[in-house]
Design a protein around this ligand. Structure first.
Ligand SMILES: Cc1ncc(C[n+]2csc(CCOP(=O)(O)OP(=O)(O)O)c2C)c(N)n1
Length: 806
């Protein structure tokens, strides 16, 4: 007789034994993985032992088309859905950089950071409804949560919007559940609560599992949470079918039948009703402690350790199977023995596969060192010693062999070139292999890259109307929403009001509340919402109301969005467009220009700084035609300025990384962007009156930066360069200077020292004078650039604005 719950969910005895076998495999894999780190065969290990049983129940509720966003404990779940083999588990532990062996991240991420390959090798999407979809994990705890908002919201959009029904490779009428996992201690983080609240407001099909083992590394729950977590979560419980909220359940992490029931029910409620669920899974343990960084006996009492041993899910699951008569002691013992052997064998295979290519390279190196020693006896002793070093390496990591080759080449520096050549070739080849393994996929390598989008210049009719900047955007977004149902725009005040600057005015009324959405004040999950939607095939435009408030979302932009493609080694992409506005308006928090902070933290995204709204529209068009994430920083004080309206607003594109010369000149090149373009142009007019003919260049795109060398071309002519912006000293001006002088070799054309003009190091102050004394003004630009010419020729350009020396 099968236990009732199994009958209810059509589970057989074989299913239960299959699950038990997976639990044993996982426990053994964790144990051996730990051991590999202790043996020095891997750098670091963090494992899923103690969390096996709930994950087996979860996997049974998880369907094709569903999504999982979780963290490093989900090892058993990954194996149970068939998206992690034992070989792959060990390959990741070793850092195998070949995606054929380690498909989650190609050796870029720590172990137990999971992910499935959502993309075909050419960068196009695989059919998500036919696959299990796992977002590539990140290490910052809690950062798996914001994207859950978008993953779950996508189901709602696919259910609500008829215009999306053709996209069956992404959804079948929104029947997909987005599942998250999180540790108890991470529930102390704001990201967790912000995500819960957003999901509760939206009523979208998310199921959140909290793996509660009562600790966060060494810190127990009493230091993490005000009250018992379950009690705290009760506030989110819906009070009836018409109420908004979650279904909140608590279940013991060792109780297999209760877990099966809880997960089946959660799946049903979320899938059918789009009601979110929280499963607080308690009484979980950590048999081998938090990670390989240190033993948990340092901070857990003897009593606690004893309690953990008794409540260990594996042990309890086993006892339950015996109790229910589903297997005999002998049967389980045989199953365990076979499973453990299987793990050992997988470990061996994975290690051999990891070492083989390194070994091959090292063998070749040994041969080349011998050959060189023969050909150049003067270095024989050194080369023989170096060969010995290669042979002594357990695993000939490139980090070690390349150092040996450098020393060999140093010993051979006076040898004939022909003796060195084979070693040089070896070095080049191995280095190229390393670059390929670790440095590819920061940006899209595919034809769909935003940088590949063809340039279409704006076209103006003779009688092109002049309209306010915001109207250009308003007309543009109307075109975009009308032609592509995948475009979903949202942010604070974006829906009903149409945005604080009116760029979406009237568009919610026209396209509906699911296409142009208001969100709560929740920048991190606005970003996460965009990431989740983009992963599910939609084209979100996420608005962060002001650049200054981007900091709330910057962590997610930096840790998640900017790294998706790179950290999955080309397996996942999230073409999110972030829209914001900044640079210059009023006061500390509405006039910031934190561009250096931004460009340095979001490598992997495009960072675009158009000087007006027409160019902003051109950039949005470019990004929408590509498949990469980008941020467009509009000029805050430009919405009311008049611009000529192009005829081809829907088609024209501004290419990425191409500066524009906005004022030609011969004497000095002034390089700037954004709101500063107008100031610099005014300063250039003043300079012209005193005989200085400045060329003004609008960079437009900070990442990528001047890919065609427009600025160096200008420098060749003017031989003088000034970099200007509203960022802090040493910020983006320093970045631009490095790009032009160092990377593009602009230094060789300089006849004067390069100059940077930026804002004060403090935040911008309020009011007209606050602005004047915080940001570069026309006056300051004039005086400083003039000073450059005074240095050059004091007679021609005397310091007429200084008192003559006595
Ligand atoms: C933002 C952030 N802070 C700190 C850490 C370091 N850290 C890694 S795991 C961890 C504890 C997490 O505890 P919990 O959420 O309970 O999950 P568990 O490991 O117990 O499953 C900490 C503090 C991190 N990875 N990210």
């Amino acid at each position: 007789m099968l236990p009732q719950v199994l009958e209810k969910f059509a589970l057989s005895r074989d299913d239960v034994l299959h699950d038990y076998r997976l639990a044993v495999l996982n426990r053994e894999a964790s144990r051996l993985g730990y051991q590999e780190v202790m043996l020095g065969k891997a750098q670091f290990g963090i494992f899923g032992d103690g969390k096996e049983v709930p994950q087996l129940a979860w996997a049974r509720a998880f369907r094709k088309g569903d999504w999982r966003t979780g963290y490093y404990r989900d090892q058993t779940f990954m194996m149970a859905i068939g998206e992690l083999t034992l070989e792959q588990f060990f390959a990741q532990l070793y850092g195998h950089a070949d995606v054929r062996y380690e498909p989650a991240c190609g050796g870029r991420n720590m172990n137990n950071h999971f992910g499935t390959r959502l993309l075909n090798p050419d960068g196009t999407w695989k059919p998500q409804t036919e696959n299990y979809n796992v977002v590539a994990d990140v290490s910052p705890t809690g950062s798996q949560m914001p994207r859950l908002v978008g993953l779950a919201l996508a189901s709602k959009l696919y259910r609500e919007l008829d215009e999306l029904q053709a996209l069956t490779q992404f959804s079948r009428r929104g029947n997909e559940v987005a599942w998250a996992s999180i540790g108890n201690a991470t529930c102390a983080e704001g990201l967790f609560w912000e995500t819960l609240n957003a999901i509760g407001v939206l009523q979208v099909p998310a199921v959140i599992s909290v793996w509660d083992d009562e600790y966060g590394i060494s810190v127990p729950n009493e230091y993490q949470l005000t009250k018992d977590l379950y009690q705290m979560l009760q506030g989110f419980q819906r009070r009836g079918p018409d109420d908004r909220g979650f279904e909140v359940r608590q279940v013991k992490g060792w109780d297999y039948p209760a877990l099966i029931e809880a997960y089946q029910e959660a799946s049903r409620v979320a899938r059918a009703e789009h009601v979110p669920v929280i499963l607080h899974v308690v009484e979980l343990v950590q048999p081998s402690g938090h990670s390989t960084s240190g033993s948990h006996t340092r901070y857990k009492s003897r009593e606690r350790l004893q309690w953990e041993a008794e409540h260990d899910g594996l042990r309890r699951f086993r006892a339950w199977i015996l109790e229910q008569g589903l297997a005999t002691e002998e049967e389980l013992a045989a199953l365990e023995k076979a499973a453990k052997r299987e793990v050992r064998q997988a470990l061996k295979r994975a290690h051999a596969a990891f070492v083989a290519p390194r070994k091959q390279e090292a063998d070749e190196l040994v041969r080349l060192l011998e050959q060189a020693a023969q050909q150049y006896p003067a270095a024989q002793a050194t080369l023989t010693a170096l060969k010995g070093e290669v042979l002594a390496l357990d695993v000939p990591y490139r980090a070690a062999t390349l150092g040996i080759v450098r020393r060999a080449l140093m010993a051979l520096r006076e040898a004939p070139g022909a003796v060195r050549a084979p070693l040089i070739r070896w070095r080049k080849q191995v280095e190229a292999g390393g670059r390929r393994d670790y440095s590819t996929f920061l940006y899209s390598p595919w034809p769909s890259a935003a940088t590949q989008v063809p340039e279409v210049p704006p076209r103006y009719a003779a009688d092109a109307p002049e309209v306010a900047g915001f109207e250009v955007l308003n007309k543009f977004f109307d075109i975009v929403l009308g032609r592509d149902p995948r475009v979903i725009a949202f942010g604070e005040d974006v829906g009903h009001l149409g945005g604080v600057n009116q760029a979406f005015r009237g568009l919610q009324a026209k396209y509906g509340p699911w296409r142009v959405m208001d969100t709560g004040i929740r920048e991190a999950t606005i970003l996460g919402q965009a990431i989740g939607l983009a992963l599910r095939g939609l084209r979100p435009i996420a608005e962060i109301q002001y650049l200054d408030y981007l900091l709330y979302a910057l962590q997610i932009m930096s840790d998640d969005l900017a790294t998706v493609l790179w950290r999955s080694a080309g397996g996942q992409k999230a073409p999110v467009i972030v829209r914001t506005r900044g640079h210059r308006l009023v006061g500390i928090w509405h006039a910031g220009s934190l561009m250096a902070g931004l460009i340095h933290l979001v490598r992997g995204m495009h960072v675009l700084v158009p000087r007006d709204m027409t160019r902003a529209a051109g950039f949005y068009n470019t990004l929408l035609q590509g498949d990469e994430p980008g941020i467009v920083v509009e000029v805050l004080n430009g919405y009311r300025l008049k611009e000529r309206l192009p005829d081809n607003l829907g088609e024209f594109t501004v290419p990425l990384g191409v500066p524009e010369i906005v004022r030609p000149g011969n004497d000095v090149t002034l390089v700037t962007y954004g709101a500063m373009v107008r100031i610099v142009l005014q300063a250039a007019e003043a300079l012209a009156q005193v005989g200085i003919d400045a060329e003004v260049i609008d960079v437009q795109s900070l990442l990528p930066f001047d890919v065609r060398g427009v600025i160096v071309e200008s420098l060749r002519k003017t031989n003088r360069v000034v970099f200007l912006d509203e960022d802090v000293p040493g910020g983006t001006t320093a970045y631009m200077m490095q790009e032009v002088l160092e990377k593009q070799g602009g230094y060789q054309w300089l006849d004067s020292p390069p100059l940077t003009i930026s804002a004060q190091p403090h935040r911008p102050a309020y009011g007209f004078d606050g602005d004047y004394f915080s940001k570069p003004s026309v006056d300051e630009v004039f005086y400083k650039v003039y000073g450059l010419f005074h240095e050059l020729n004091p007679r021609r350009w005397p310091l007429f604005f200084e008192e003559p020396e006595a």
